[in-house]
Every structure is written in structure tokens, then in C-alpha cells.
Write a protein that binds this ligand. Structure first.
Ligand code: SF4
Ligand code: SF4
Length: 283
């Protein structure tokens, strides 16, 4: 909001180096007018844009987020990162809708380096759209703190969401908007957000082989030689790796269904593992 009380949206544009940034540059040197409130972040490929960038931008006060890449089929990398960006944006829009935020505050477009005028037109149109929506949250009638809590919760769940939806996030070659729009359904995403599993290490089975701690990508397992391993639930990103890699002969990694409480950790000082072989010898 400006000092005169006029709403000036904060827009964040995350755009690829090879095409969209070239388009933005051309718009600049050609003196095409486009919004001055746009904060541009240049990335090498739109496929580099992560859900966390989108949700953090909203959490930090962006009223609109724009993702720009090369036209489909023109990505400069064999990975075709613009499809990753497109799928990720489709999923993010569904999440925004479910938390009560207008999904049109997030927009993805393809702009080549020669399309300066197209870039300027898109940005002017997006600015007008977001101006019409009003400030983030207020425009939707949401309480500011409540929205922050919701966005924060989504940020924490992003690794879990990405792991759970990894197959669809990799989908390629969908060329019409309708198919893209239905890649993730609202029901499916609602279920995903409301049925979040937890992981737990069964202290009676853990043999302190340390495999899970070595493989955990979030450094979320409290690990020490000869000690029962414990998951730090605040750090855990729910990727399920510990569950998958715990050797079947121990099977200590446990997946808890949504809503199932995680048992409290074994107190420090009571975590020494009694080896199964020694245990048997003692009996
Ligand atoms: S699920 Fe297991 S491996 Fe994955 S982050 Fe949590 S503790 Fe680490
Ligand atoms: S992999 Fe299984 S047995 Fe090994 S430390 Fe982790 S939970 Fe314990």
C-alpha cells in the first residue's frame, strides 16, 4: 500500500535466464512500459523454481507471483524443466485454492527472448488482475495471521508433498490447458494435505545399525552408536526413507497413519540397545 493509500501490489517474477529474462530485457531496452513493482529473480531454468519459492514469496508478502520460462518444447536443457515448472504451478494453484487464496495470484507464462512486447503485455495484465484482487489475504477476506499460519504449514509440508506427488510432477507432453488443469484434482490435493502420515522408529526393534540416520535427507534422526534411534519430528520432512531403508530383519521404521499420535521418544539415558544376540544369550 502506498503512502496515499493506493494499493500497489508486490509482484515477484521468477524467470528463466534463456527466454523470459531475455524477453524482459528486450521489453526494457525497447522502452515498453510494465509494472515497476515487480521484483525479478533470475534462475537458469524455470524447472529450478520450487514450490517453496512460491509459498515463501506469498508468506513474505507478495500479492502475486509470476513464473516465466521458455515455450514448451524450447527449454534449453534436455530435462525440459518448463514442464516441471508447469506441473508444480498447477499443484501450487490447487493448494492456494484449498487454503482460501485466489489461485490466479500465481501465474505461469512462456516468453521467448524475442517477445519483449509479449512480456510487457503479460506483466501489465497480471498487474491489473492482482490490483483487482486487492492485497493478499485481505482481498480474500482472510485474517492475516491465520493466512500466515496456513502458508507456514504448507511450507513445512512441501518436501512431503513433492515426494508424494513425484510421479505427476514429472509428467511431460500435456499440451492442452484442460488436461493440465486436471493433472491434480482439488479432492486429491485436499486428501494429500489432510492425510499427512508420520514416521516413527519402534524402540523395541531398533538395533542402532545407523542406516536410517545416514540416509535421512533432513538430518532428522538422533543417532549415536549403540543407541536407539529417534526421529526429531520437527525436522522430519516425511520422505519415508527411514521406513524404506531399515533392514527387514529389524523392521523398526514405522509409518503412522494420518491422525495417529506419534509415541513420545524414549528418554535419554534409556536408549542403549540390548543386542538381540546378547538378549537371547541372557535368557
Ligand atoms: S521420514 Fe525418516 S528419513 Fe525422511 S526426513 Fe523423516 S526421519 Fe528423515
Ligand atoms: S535403520 Fe532401523 S535398525 Fe537401523 S538405526 Fe535405523 S531404525 Fe534402527
Amino acid at each position: 500500500m502506498s503512502s496515499e493509500g493506493i494499493f500497489k501490489p508486490q509482484l515477484v517474477g521468477i524467470i528463466c535466464n534463456w527466454c523470459c529474462y531475455g524477453g524482459a530485457d528486450l521489453a526494457g531496452v525497447s522502452r515498453f512500459q510494465y509494472p515497476p513493482y515487480l521484483n525479478i529473480v533470475r534462475v537458469m531454468c524455470s524447472g529450478r523454481v520450487d514450490m517453496k519459492h512460491i509459498f515463501r514469496a506469498f508468506l513474505n508478502g507478495a500479492d502475486g507471483v509470476f513464473v516465466g520460462g521458455c515455450h514448451l518444447g524450447d527449454c534449453h536443457y534436455i530435462t525440459e524443466g518448463n514442464y516441471d515448472a508447469l506441473n508444480m504451478v498447477q499443484l501450487s494453484k490447487k493448494i492456494l485454492e484449498l487454503i482460501g487464496v485466489n489461485p490466479q495470484r500465481l501465474r505461469i507464462e512462456w516468453v521467448s527472448a524475442g517477445e519483449g512486447i509479449r512480456y510487457a503485455n503479460i506483466m501489465n495484465e497480471f498487474l491489473k488482475q492482482v490490483e483487482g484482487f486487492g492485497p493478499l489475504g485481505k482481498g480474500e477476506g482472510l485474517d492475516e495471521n491465520e493466512l500466515k499460519v496456513k502458508l507456514n504449514n504448507i511450507c513445512k509440508l512441501i518436501p512431503y508433498i513433492k515426494v508424494t506427488e513425484k510421479e505427476k510432477l514429472k509428467v511431460r507432453k500435456i499440451d492442452n490447458d484442460e488436461d493440465h488443469n486436471s493433472l491434480f484434482t482439488l479432492d486429491e490435493v485436499d486428501k494429500l494435505l489432510n492425510e499427512v502420515v508420520s514416521y516413527y522408529i519402534d524402540p523395541a526393534k531398533c538395533q542402532a545399525c545407523m542406516t536410517c540416520a545416514r540416509r535421512c535427507p533432513a538430518d532428522a534422526i538422533i543417532s549415536a552408536k549403540g543407541q536407539i534411534h529417534i526421529i526429531d519430528q520437527d525436522k522430519c520432512i516425511k520422505c519415508g526413507t527411514c521406513f524404506e531403508v531399515c533392514p527387514p530383519k529389524f523392521a523398526a521404521g514405522t509409518k503412522l497413519a494420518a491422525g495417529e499420535p506419534v509415541p513420545p521418544p524414549v528418554p535419554e539415558g534409556e536408549r542403549t540397545v540390548l543386542r538381540k544376540s546378547k538378549e537371547q544369550a541372557a535368557n
